[in-house]
Write a protein that binds this ligand. Structure first.
Ligand SMILES: [Zn+2]
Length: 102
């Protein structure tokens, strides 16, 4: 036979488990929402100019691809591209400038 004291302890135990489960569900929901929000922002901003919001066009020259905005004339580089550009000869850099200048 279960006495009153141990029944209360049992109830508390299950309540704690429930609360822990609900807390985990909430955490999971939060993570899902954060992932959805990150995806939404990526969909919204991907290949859009960070300054004016217009579409970017990828322009490639000598193995270097830069994202060009033909609205505000901004030029955007992916990770590593700035380093690649610094390896180019002056003559090539001048040609790139000729292509990309407004
Ligand atoms: Zn722009």
């Amino acid at each position: 036979m279960i006495n009153e004291g141990s029944r209360k302890k049992e109830d508390e135990y299950f309540m704690r488990l429930d609360i822990e489960r609900m807390r985990k569900q909430q955490e999971e929901l939060k993570k899902q929402m954060e992932a959805q929000e990150r995806q939404r922002l990526k969909d919204l901003h991907y290949m859009h100019c960070p300054k004016c919001g217009m579409h970017l066009t990828e322009v490639g020259y000598k193995g270097i691809n830069v994202d060009k905005c033909f609205s505000c004339e901004g030029v955007w580089l992916d990770a590593g591209e700035l380093h690649e550009i610094t390896k180019l000869e002056k003559r090539t850099l001048d040609k790139i400038w000729e292509i990309f200048k407004p």
